[in-house]
Structures are given as structure tokens and as C-alpha cells.
Design a binder for this molecule. Structure first.
Ligand code: SF4
Length: 602
């Protein structure tokens, strides 16, 4: 056993910045990371036990206790619940005889909840030892548990056929389907891998590449919308022995799954985009930070990277350009939404807790290993290839003046055709509802941009999806009339933020929790008007948190109060100005039962 851990450590050259990889491999091999192994890793990497433990305890998919030979992580996102997760969960519990959070006494099966796994278009879904199981039903759960108990290998358990496209690739073999519903420049098949590297780059200086990107007016697709050309220019001008290009493929915003599809169907386009960025800024290394939930793509992606090296699309003197050396590696996360924030992502790639850094300095000056670093979204890097291929002017023909190009939307929830749509910026929400087969009259709300975005009501469906109006990283969740917005959506999203806060700032650590309590009080019909006022005031305080997670953690409540105020007003007590919400009977219930004073209290 110990030799195996040693082999893992040596595989990563005893490099402490590769701590994440070491922990991922140990967790995957042993099902947990025991104390003795933490000590072994710390000694081998010459860092403290606490350093290893801190990193380990930060990520959802690491555990110091056994997680079972078959660790089942069932997605608990709002859309999973909308699509029947509760019955699936109950069936798992009935069939295994344990509750979620536990492992069967024989150590065979562990059941765990997990945040959105990027499969909102095929929910309910679960990860079992990293394999994705989609469209779960109680019947399917019974089959899975029966097969596990019978000792059937995981790979043999897919009764459904493999998914479409590259999901059938020998190196993926997954039941995931792409659900590509509308293609544009990024998803189009009209692309010859390496064409820009061979035909364009040798004729352009790095500055000319940056100028073309600037001309296209492309802005970051992660949600913040920073101009990509400017970011590259800052990094090119920054001083540093080495420079890095990061691709942020940690799409953890519940409801987002478009990067999953790009990584499956257009990874060569992404890699070429990273090479172009590397050439432009003078970087030597690229790192694709991929969320742990997409680990099932690892062999496939690494094989493609090797193929690119074999074709001189990576490595030395790329594309015949003397002195242009650039390579790419894949870094997996281990389950932490906050790592989608660029500085947290860099910390994580350095083997640390994914806690956002104070800024400035920004990553373009001081990023990975304190060197100038560009962090771009998957989609942004893909678009850069098309910009170089066809020109910035061509690219500006798509979209609006302020938001040029196309946007990949991940659409899920109450509609006929959930999936990925590549649309030009500027489409209205109504246009999109029609496209995805959702009857506008039956739609109660649309969650734009995931939990960190806004929940909008029908009177806003004419608004446009673009940076100047409804900016989004790409998630659209359609909420039908039959849903209870406050319980099914707002409460779920608020709990998500509580779970995902890194805990550094007192605002973000405490206020969402207090807001959730207050929301529950209102849902229990014990709220008063002042509770709604408090929620608004506290949500404003949250906006001063250090990073985007804390700044947006109040959004589910704030935007629902703004756009669905009547739902709150209907639940509060109109005849009271104050209700402490303190229930003495409930507070002492447990101790009374323990002391045997009162057998039960209602
Ligand atoms: Fe961490 Fe929240 Fe502060 Fe961001 S706002 S640094 S997630 S505690």
C-alpha cells in the first residue's frame, strides 16, 4: 500500500505544487486519504502535515474516511430535484439500507450528495467512482445497486447505449449525451485542427495577434466580460521569467454544462486557442484546469494532447516558428465551486486551498507561481481560433456592438429540448424560450446565469442576453408554473452558496447562513415584513465580500424579492411587526428527550 503512495508521489517528481494531483490519485486508488498517508505525503514533499491537511479538507471529493468501494455522488442541484431526484435518492437509501452521508457496514457502497455535476440536461445524474450515470430512475437505481452487490464491474453496468459523438470514443465510453441543439462558429464542424498554427501564426507577430483579438472586441465568456485582447496585452507587457496560459474549465455554476460539450467535441479547438494565447503573450506552458466531475474525459484529452505533440502542434518550435515552445497539461480540481474564480483556481493548481487572493496584483502580473498568467474561459479560447482564422472584422459581424460573437448557452429545466445552444449575443429570453420548446405562457421564471445571476419574471422576457443587459456565463434554467420558486430554487441556491463559501470572509461565511434561516422562517409562515427588509439589507452587506462568490451569494434571495415580491408577501404574517422566530419547545426538545423529562414535544 505504502509503495503505491510512494509511486504516486514520485510520478509527480515530489513536486509540492502537484499536491492536488497526488491527493486525487491517492483518493481514487484507496477511496480515502488516511492520516498516515497525509504524513507520508508531507514528509516526501517536505511540507508540513497541516499544509497537506488544509488542502485535503478544502475539497469535496477528498475524504479522510473510507467512502466505500463504490462511492456514489448524487447531484442535489435545483434542476436535479425538479427532475425527480428525491425518489432516486430514496431508492438508493432503500436498496442499500443506509442514509446519504454513510457507507454500508461491509464498506461496499457510500452515498453522498454533491453539487451540480454539469449534467443538468440529463438529470437526475450521479457520479459513481468518477463514471457518470444520467437520467436515473428508481428502476435504474435498483439495477445499479443489484449489479454492484453482484460484483459486476462498473464499465459493464451501462444498460443504455453510450452517448452520442465522442462520448462513444474508446477512451471515454460514457452514457453522457451532448445535446447540441444549435451550432455557430465554435461548435461548427468546419474546422481543421492546427490550421491557425500552421498557416497564420508564422505570418503574424505576437503584437499583431493581440491586435486582431482586440479588433474582434471579444470579451471573456466566464461572465465578467473583460476584454480578451487587453488581458493578453497586459500579460505580454508584464515582467516575468515564465508566463502561463490557464484555461478555466471549472464550470461549477449550477446549470452550466457547455464546457463539458466543448471538451468532448471541440477540445482541439480549445488547445489551439491556448497555443495562440501562448504565442501572443510569450508563455511557455498552458494548464487546463478541469473540474473533477469531468474526470471521465481525462484519458481522451491526454491522448489528444499527445497527438498534438506528435504533430508539432505542441512542444518545440511549434508550427515551424523557431523558439516558440509551448506545452499543455491538464490539472483536475477536486470539487470546489470557488475555484472558478481565477485567483482561487491558480491557488488550487499550485496545490493549495482554492481561496481567492486579494487583488491587485492581478494574475496577468502575478499569477501562477507568481508569474504573469492569463486565465481565459474555454469558450473564449475557442473563439480566439476563429478570430485569427477569419479576422476580427468577421467576428464582429456576430452579436451586438457591445457583445460581439456568439455565446454558448446551457439550457435546462422545464423545456422540451434542454441542451447547448450557440446563439449570437442579443437574443431575447423570449426568443430562447421558443427555441428550446418552452411555452412562454407556462413559464413562471427563468434563472439567468445560475445561482449567482438573476431570477427573472415574464415581464422581463423581452430583455436581451448580452453584456449590456442580461450578462451570463451561459446558464439558463427554465422554471415552470408548477414549481415553488422559494423552496425549489431560492432555498436550494442559498444552501449551495453556504456549502461552497471558502470561509475566509466573515460576511460570506455568516450572512448567507443567516439569510437562509430567515428565508426558512418566512417559508414556515412565521416571517414578518421586517424579515424581508432584513434580507435586502443583509444581501447588500454581502456585496462587499472579497470575491464573486460572496458578492453574489445573496442574489437568489435578492433577485427573487425584487422580481417575485408577492411570493414573500403571501407568506408573512400581516398582523405582526415582530416575531423572534425562537421556539422554546423546539430548542429544548432534544435535551428534554435525552433527560427523559418529557418523552416527546411537538
Ligand atoms: Fe471565500 Fe466567500 Fe470571501 Fe470569496 S467571498 S474569499 S468565497 S469567504
Amino acid at each position: 500500500m505504502a509503495t503505491s503512495v510512494q509511486n504516486i508521489i514520485e510520478k509527480y517528481n515530489k513536486d509540492k505544487t502537484r499536491l492536488m494531483d497526488i491527493l486525487i490519485d491517492v483518493q481514487s486508488e484507496r477511496g480515502h486519504i488516511p492520516k498516515a498517508t497525509i504524513t507520508q505525503i508531507a514528509n516526501a514533499l517536505d511540507i508540513s502535515h497541516v499544509d497537506v491537511e488544509q488542502t485535503m479538507s478544502f475539497y469535496h471529493f477528498f475524504s479522510d474516511k473510507p467512502t466505500g468501494k463504490f462511492a456514489i455522488y448524487l447531484n442535489d442541484s435545483a434542476v436535479a430535484n425538479m427532475m425527480g431526484r428525491q425518489k432516486v435518492k430514496e431508492t438508493f437509501e432503500n436498496e442499500t439500507g443506509i442514509k446519504f452521508g454513510d457507507v454500508t457496514p461491509d464498506g461496499l457502497i457510500g452515498l453522498f450528495d454533491t453539487a451540480c455535476i454539469g449534467m443538468n440536461d440529463q438529470e437526475p445524474a450521479a457520479l459513481i467512482n468518477g463514471q457518470v450515470f444520467t437520467n436515473l430512475t428508481p428502476f435504474r437505481v435498483k439495477e445499479i445497486v443489484r449489479d454492484i452487490k453482484a460484483g459486476r464491474p462498473l464499465d459493464d453496468m451501462f444498460t443504455a447505449a453510450y452517448g452520442d459523438g465522442e462520448n462513444r470514443n474508446e477512451l471515454i465510453k460514457s452514457v453522457v449525451v451532448n445535446n447540441i441543439r444549435k451550432k455557430g462558429p465554435i461548435l461548427s464542424e468546419d474546422y481543421t485542427p492546427g490550421i491557425v498554427i500552421w498557416k497564420k501564426l508564422p505570418q503574424m507577430s505576437p503584437e499583431e495577434v493581440i491586435d486582431e483579438i482586440k479588433k474582434s472586441n471579444i470579451r471573456g465568456r466566464g461572465g465578467a466580460g473583460f476584454p480578451t485582447g487587453l488581458k493578453w496585452e497586459f500579460c505580454r507587457k508584464a515582467q516575468g521569467e515564465k508566463k502561463y496560459i490557464f484555461c478555466n474549465a471549472d464550470e461549477g455554476e449550477p446549470g452550466t454544462f457547455k464546457d463539458r460539450v466543448i471538451l468532448t467535441e471541440r477540445p482541439k479547438l480549445l488547445f489551439e486557442g491556448m497555443v495562440i494565447a501562448g504565442y501572443a503573450v510569450g508563455a511557455q506552458e498552458g494548464i487546463v484546469y478541469v473540474r473533477h466531475e469531468y474526470k471521465y474525459l481525462q484519458k481522451y484529452l491526454e491522448n489528444l494532447l499527445q497527438g498534438a505533440r506528435d504533430r508539432n502542434l505542441l512542444g518545440k518550435d511549434i508550427g515551424g516558428i523557431k523558439g516558440f515552445d509551448f506545452d499543455i497539461r491538464i490539472q483536475f480540481g477536486a470539487g470546489a465551486y470557488v475555484c472558478g474564480e481565477e485567483s482561487a483556481l491558480i491557488e488550487s493548481a499550485e496545490g493549495k486551498r482554492g481561496e481567492p487572493r486579494d487583488r491587485p496584483p492581478f494574475p496577468v502580473e502575478k499569477g501562477y507561481l507568481d508569474m504573469p498568467t492569463v486565465v481565459n474561459n474555454v469558450e473564449t479560447l475557442c473563439a480566439a481560433v476563429k478570430v485569427l482564422l477569419n479576422g476580427g472584422d468577421w467576428y464582429r459581424n456576430f452579436g451586438t456592438k457591445d457583445s460581439t460573437g456568439t455565446k454558448l448557452l446551457s439550457v435546462s429545466g422545464d423545456c422540451k429540448y434542454p441542451g447547448v445552444y450557440e446563439v449570437e449575443w442579443g437574443f431575447s429570453v423570449s426568443d430562447i424560450l421558443e427555441m428550446v420548446g418552452a411555452d412562454e405562457k407556462l413559464v413562471q421564471a427563468v434563472q439567468v446565469g445560475g445561482p449567482s445571476g438573476s431570477i427573472i419574471a415574464p415581464n422581463e422576457f423581452k430583455r436581451s442576453v448580452c453584456f449590456a443587459d442580461l450578462a451570463t456565463g451561459g446558464s439558463l434554467i427554465i422554471i415552470g408554473q408548477q414549481r415553488d420558486i422559494l423552496t425549489d430554487i431560492v432555498l436550494n441556491f442559498t444552501e449551495f452558496f453556504i456549502e461552497e463559501s471558502c470561509g475566509s470572509c466573515s460576511t460570506c461565511r455568516n450572512i448567507p447562513y443567516l439569510m437562509k434561516n430567515k428565508l426558512e422562517k418566512i417559508l414556515d409562515a412565521r416571517g414578518v415584513k421586517k424579515d424581508i427588509d432584513d434580507l435586502v439589507a443583509w444581501g447588500k452587506i454581502l456585496k462587499v465580500s472579497r470575491c464573486g462568490l460572496g458578492q453574489t451569494a445573496g442574489n437568489p434571495i435578492l433577485t427573487s424579492i425584487k422580481n417575485f415580491r408577492h411570493l414573500y408577501d403571501e407568506k408573512i404574517q400581516k398582523d405582526k411587526d415582530f416575531d423572534s422566530a425562537f421556539d422554546m419547545s423546539l430548542a429544548v426538545k432534544e435535551s428534554c428527550i435525552a433527560a427523559g423529562r418529557i418523552p416527546t414535544l411537538n
